[in-house]
Write a protein that binds this ligand. Structure first.
Ligand SMILES: CC(C)(COP(=O)(O)OP(=O)(O)OC[C@H]1O[C@@H](n2cnc3c(N)ncnc32)[C@H](O)[C@@H]1OP(=O)(O)O)[C@@H](O)C(=O)NCCC(=O)NCCS
Length: 207
């Protein structure tokens, strides 16, 4: 095993690589299906080629792609891959926290006791999840999101930069909350919600 393979050569990959290095993990290289990226580098890590290498490699890998649906699809495409987790040393993660394969926690994040993170979850820079939260598979909480205690984000939820969620609130699967939204009531599945309080966008924008 020569290090972790980083999947995706975009901006999110830079933060994943920085996190892996800060955690003392070697990065074997970057994989991306976009041929124009091959031969280039991301933060000094060479882009080695396409994702088919994941099928042959024994290296662990991280899906370094911000899109929740893209991470879901790639996890399904490579069911035999071994996924690494990465926690930045400047994040605070209580010892009782459980996290699934492929999950990454960036600098400044704080995860409090008994919170559970599924697989391929992203807790972005400076985001916090208080006690007893559940972040299901493929959730992404963007920089500066704050979850109060016992918040439940179902599969694939995306919370934009600076969102806040009040205690005990659930957000339905694959729902997006726009930047700066404050969620004070449960939100249904497959919705885009914005604002304070966060409401489904159609209601807010076309009353
Ligand atoms: C909510 C969001 C997903 C909507 O994207 P979109 O469908 O492309 O929407 P548009 O930019 O076309 O905007 C449509 C309307 O929604 C409004 N709107 C967009 N985002 C909004 C937000 N976060 N809060 C309030 N209103 C918002 C726009 O002002 C616009 O209103 P108008 O029609 O009256 O002018 C997006 O704006 C957003 O907030 N994304 C979060 C991005 C982010 O945090 N990324 C972090 C990466 S780590």
């Amino acid at each position: 095993m020569s290090g972790v393979l980083v999947v995706g050569a975009g901006g999110h990959a830079k933060v994943v690589i920085a996190t892996l290095r800060a955690a003392g993990m070697d990065v074997a290289g970057v994989l991306d299906d976009r041929a124009e990226s091959w031969g280039g580098s991301v933060l000094g890590c060479p882009v080695l080629g396409g994702l088919e290498r994941l099928e042959q490699s024994a290296d662990r890998a991280v899906l370094a792609i911000g899109s929740n649906a893209a991470r879901r699809d790639l996890a399904a495409r490579f069911p035999n891959a071994t996924w690494a987790t990465a926690i930045h040393p400047a994040a605070t993660v209580h010892e009782s926290v459980k996290l699934g394969p492929g999950t990454v926690i960036f600098a400044g994040a704080v995860i409090q006791p008994d919170t559970v993170l599924g697989q391929h979850v992203i807790v972005n820079t400076g985001a916090t999840a208080d006690h007893d939260c559940v972040l299901e598979d493929f959730v992404h909480v963007a920089p500066g999101v704050h979850l109060a205690g016992a918040v439940h984000l179902e599969e694939g939820v995306f919370l934009g930069v600076g969102c806040a969620v009040t205690p005990g609130i659930s957000v339905g699967r694959w729902t997006t909350v726009g930047a700066g939204g404050v969620v004070v009531r449960p939100l249904p599945a497959n919705t885009v919600a914005v604002g304070i309080p966060a409401r489904p966008k159609e209601e807010r924008i076309k009353p």
